[in-house]
Design a protein around this ligand. Structure first.
Ligand SMILES: Nc1ncnc2c1ncn2[C@@H]1O[C@H](COP(=O)(O)OP(=O)(O)OP(=O)(O)O)[C@@H](O)[C@H]1O
Length: 252
């Protein structure tokens, strides 16, 4: 169980961005963090994944303070697909995905676990690209490789910061469907920041709507993403239209 209690955070020299926030991430579900630019979504994601330390308050992972776990243990439980990827020049797909096994190796130089890596590459249709250099891949291929690296950690929680930003519509739908399939087949708990509210409606079980560092409301996508709330939070005109494929938000 991952939850935050009385979470408060300020960047150095700035007022509190997040103040006394409570959040519990539902297990085995897909949660989306949504809200206007600058509302604090990425900051919260970094607090929940031990990339930023709270000013006060606590993030609990299985009832233990996340900051009291050693880095290796937390990396076995929590994996992150960042929005901006670290640039690796001369590394192959297979070697990059192999890095996901590091939290399970006793030393940096112990034998890598090739079986897990081969199986993840196969699962994400990357076997044919295994010997290619990562910097020679298309955006869609690269995004699958970063997902494979995260999954190779065999985490309990997978966090993704705007994972569809650099993908075209076809690959956005494919990538999100792949996440849903993974969640259903393995029970992986997924938390992602999305800007496309229709994707949040379609692909999440639980939505957390943010504004100004505060959680405005949480619940199912239908409960959270009403036309009135979206219109007032994002300062737009908008309708919610029922279609054969589910509800769709239309901005006008
Ligand atoms: N490293 C930093 N140092 C100082 N201020 C920061 C830092 N990172 C973010 N901020 C500020 O904190 C606020 C929240 O930023 P954050 O990136 O968490 O919001 P967000 O909701 O993820 O935004 P977006 O949708 O634009 O990605 C913004 O005002 C931003 O300028």
């Amino acid at each position: 169980m991952l939850k935050a209690e009385h979470l408060t955070f300020a960047y150095p020299g700035q007022p509190n961005l997040i103040q006394d926030l409570q959040i519990t991430i539902p297990e085995h579900q897909i949660t989306t963090l949504i809200g206007p630019n600058g509302s604090g979504k990425s900051t919260l994601l970094q607090l929940l994944t031990r990339q930023l330390r709270p000013t006060s308050g606590t993030v609990f992972l299985d009832d233990k303070d996340l900051w009291e776990l050693d880095a290796q243990t937390s990396a076995q439980k929590i994996a992150i697909v960042q929005q901006q990827h670290q640039l690796y020049d001369e590394i192959t797909v297979k070697d990059l995905v192999q890095l996901g096994r590091l939290p399970y190796q006793s030393t940096l130089f112990s034998d890598p676990d090739n079986e897990n890596t081969a199986s993840i590459l196969q699962q994400l249709n990357l076997t044919e690209l295994a010997t290619k250099l990562v910097n020679q891949l298309s955006g869609g291929q690269a995004q699958r490789v970063w997902l494979a690296l995260a999954l190779n950690q065999h985490p309990q929680y997978l966090f993704l910061d705007e994972p569809t930003t650099y993908l075209d519509l076809h690959y956005q739908a494919r990538f999100l469907a792949q996440l849903r399939a993974l969640n259903q087949s393995t029970g992986l708990t997924i938390v992602m920041i999305l800007h496309d509210l229709n994707q949040a409606l379609r692909y999440s079980d639980y939505c957390c709507l943010f504004a100004n560092g505060q959680l405005i409301t949480t619940g199912t996508p239908d409960e959270v993403l009403t036309a009135e709330r979206v219109a007032s939070t994002f300062k737009i005109n908008c309708d919610l239209v029922q279609t054969d494929h589910g509800p769709v938000l239309v901005q006008y």
